[in-house]
Design a protein. Structure first.
Lengths: 511, 161
């Protein structure tokens, strides 16, 4: 049949009783779902174009619009799911690689959902975080093997300790949560501003991604981790000088082994300036760094960057969680990295081939445990800070991640949801109605960075309060005491291999 | 102490955040309707009030403009009958329809073009009154992106609490 099957994932339901024909939906939908017909004075919807972002639904003043899953039942069975059938239809029509946005949406086992936390009862006291001090502050960076501390007498005859060991540069975080790398290009400048402002206000860090540092973001650069990625976009002396830390991006959880591609249509004047490439040209990040083919090559880049910044800033490396993650992380530490960021299989993206996002990599929970264990066994865990990324949904996930062995957690999707994202996974189209994953001037202004910063800051505040509550329950008052403290975790319904890899006991087993 | 709305002085426009949804107009019309109910106002109320907001749009730039409530308002000088007057307490420029004879001189002199004529009654159809009857201007309250904000005489931002 020449005419292909029409695929409609959603159905736009308009309650005619409630619709006042104000046409707000018509004006606002970037996908042209809604149209107004003046002849019949009706507003119509073309459900086939709907991506399910719910922007119209949220703005409709009379709540006349409901977006729902199209109830039509494509015949599916346990093996041939609707998504598989639809993907084949799309590919049969286009002959191309299917793209998608955001993190892995497959129903892989979610280990966070199989972990439970401990609490103090009788034999050890729990702590009330509202009444007693609770410390979430952490320092990211290389810690010395030992500290040479000398007792000295001052002239007035008082005792004073002097630390003689040179402490490598550290990042001080008020909360063990950072905003992950999302470039100006993959998200709008207003989205970058929102996160940057929130990070500065809350005393944590944001990450430029590989999109360079726009001049409007200079006021927030002292809390920026800047990326040096395979495309080297926007990397210059000023970029490194203004930043708080530098991250060499080797891989990304959503697309391990795959490079990046910002289409030329999105490379506006501002992006061209920031990335230092001509307007309208595709920004292609190669899959590998063409100067890094070994740990020794990586060491050269790490130390080139350290030299360039006179050893004043931590230099880290970000990798995707893959099968061999623990030995790779060990190599990275030995190459001189001050922190290692590991992005799990559920890590998000602005655009990636669906088949890669859904099938490549390993879950972050297993990667954290494996890396932490390996580094401890080798006696080099203190030399590096471990930042985990990829699908952290709540303060409980963060707490469990830290208990498994991470120093801090990168959040991306959660932060974007705070800015308005409804996880429609259409970031790659550049038509984000919420003004986040787009460069269209009609759409980017929909995200007011004042509101965005407030919401992102509120999220950090809420999560930090919750983490304090959970820590208090466990009788822990410093987050450092929770890191790698796997006795505080128990597994529910995991098999022996999983327990061994995670280094956990099953629920019901005492200490 | 005057109520929030009484101290209110100016609506500030931030066109960089205006997304052009025109919800301000919807809520302006509702606020100035008889019923003040969005469904009743839009479905059956005749005549439906005219929006007091002047929505401007060109390319990606858009903004909602209302009466600026000028300190030295030209419409006051132009008004023959004293229908247009300045509220001494709040400094607002208000319009008394009973006194209006429909000469439309105010429309001629308004430097912002934010007064609309009523062709049927030969009067003034709409002019922003900063929602005298409500606690807070409806357009500011309902702007989803805070593209219009309310500031008091000292320029401090006022929020509905």
């Amino acid at each position: 049949m020449a005419k292909a099957k029409k695929l409609s994932e959603f159905r736009v339901e308009r309650d005619e009783e409630k619709c006042i024909k104000c046409q707000v939906c018509v004006r606002m939908c970037a996908n042209d779902v809604h149209t107004y017909d003046p002849e019949t004075d009706t507003v119509r919807a073309d459900s086939f174009k709907c991506v399910g972002c719910h922007f119209c639904e949220d703005l409709c003043p009379t709540a006349a619009i409901t977006i729902e899953y199209n109830p039509t039942q494509t015949k599916e069975n346990a093996h041939w799911k609707r998504e598989s059938i639809y993907d084949i239809v799309k590919q049969a029509r286009t002959g191309g690689i299917l793209l998608t946005g955001m993190g892995n949406d497959q129903a892989y086992k979610n280990y966070f959902d199989h972990l439970v936390l401990n609490a103090s009862q009788v034999t050890n006291p729990s702590i009330d975080p509202l009444r007693e001090p609770m410390e979430l502050r952490i320092h990211l960076g290389r810690k010395p093997d030992k500290i040479d501390c000398r007792l000295q007498m001052t002239e007035e005859g008082r005792k004073k300790y002097q630390i003689r060991t040179r402490i490598p540069p550290q990042l001080e975080l008020e909360v063990p949560i950072l905003f992950t790398a999302m470039s100006f290009g993959s998200i709008s400048l207003n989205a970058c501003k929102s996160l940057a402002k929130a990070a500065c206000k809350f005393g944590t860090y944001w990450n430029t991604g590989e999109g360079g540092l726009h001049r409007d973001l200079y006021p927030y650069a002292h809390r920026a981790i800047v990326q040096v990625a395979s495309g080297r976009f926007g990397v210059n002396e000023e970029y490194l000088e203004r930043a708080a830390a530098i991250e060499i991006k080797i891989g990304q959880g959503a697309k391990p082994g795959i490079g990046g591609h910002l289409p030329g249509e999105k490379v506006s004047e501002e992006i061209s300036h920031t990335r230092m490439i001509p307007i309208g040209t595709d920004a292609l990040s190669p899959a590998p760094h063409h100067d890094i083919y070994s740990i020794e090559d990586l060491k050269q880049l790490i130390f080139a960057l350290k030299e360039a910044t006179r050893y004043t800033k931590p230099v880290g490396v970000k990798i995707a969680a893959v099968h061999n993650v623990a030995p790779i992380a060990s190599g990275i530490v030995r190459a001189g990295a001050d922190f290692v960021a590991i992005d799990g299989i559920r890590g998000g993206t602005g655009a990636a081939p669906t088949i890669i996002r859904n099938n490549v990599g390993i879950p972050i929970e297993l990667a954290i445990a494996a890396v932490d264990q390996r580094l401890r066994e080798e006696g080099i865990r203190n030399q590096v800070s471990l930042i985990a990324a990829g699908g952290f949904r709540s303060s409980a996930d963060v707490t469990k991640g830290i208990a498994l062995g991470a120093d801090a957690v990168y959040i991306g999707t959660a932060a974007l949801i705070a800015l308005g994202c409804h996880v429609c996974q259409k970031c790659y189209t550049g038509k984000c109605n919420w003004g986040i994953a787009t460069q269209d001037p009609y759409l980017t202004k929909r995200l007011n960075p004042e509101i965005g910063a407030e919401h992102a800051g509120n999220l950090l505040r809420a999560w930090s309060l919750e983490i304090k509550e959970m820590m208090g329950g466990m009788g822990i008052n410093v987050i450092d005491s929770l890191r790698g403290n796997r006795e505080q975790l128990r597994a529910l319904g995991l098999n022996e291999v999983e327990l061994r890899l995670l280094g956990l006991k099953h629920a019901g087993e005492a200490w | 102490m005057l109520k929030n709305s009484m101290r209110a002085k100016r609506i500030i426009i931030r066109e960089e955040y205006c997304m052009g949804c025109r919800l301000c107009e919807v809520y302006c019309i509702t606020q100035h309707s008889k019923s003040k109910d969005i469904m009743k106002c839009y479905r059956g109320e005749e005549p439906r009030p005219v929006s007091r907001i002047y929505f401007e749009e060109k390319g990606p730039i858009s903004f909602a403009l209302q009466c600026r409530h000028c300190d030295d308002a030209p419409c006051l000088y132009a008004c023959l009958t004293g229908a247009m007057y300045k509220d001494k307490k709040t400094g607002r420029i208000l319009h008394n329809a009973d006194k209006c004879v429909g000469c439309w001189m105010c429309i001629m002199v308004c430097p912002y073009g934010v007064i609309r004529p009523d062709f049927e009654k030969k009067k003034i159809a709409s002019k922003c009154d900063l929602c005298v009857e409500a606690e807070f201007p409806a357009c500011v309250e309902h702007c989803p992106n805070e593209a219009i904000i309310l500031v008091d005489e000292e320029g401090n931002r006022m929020k509905k609490d």
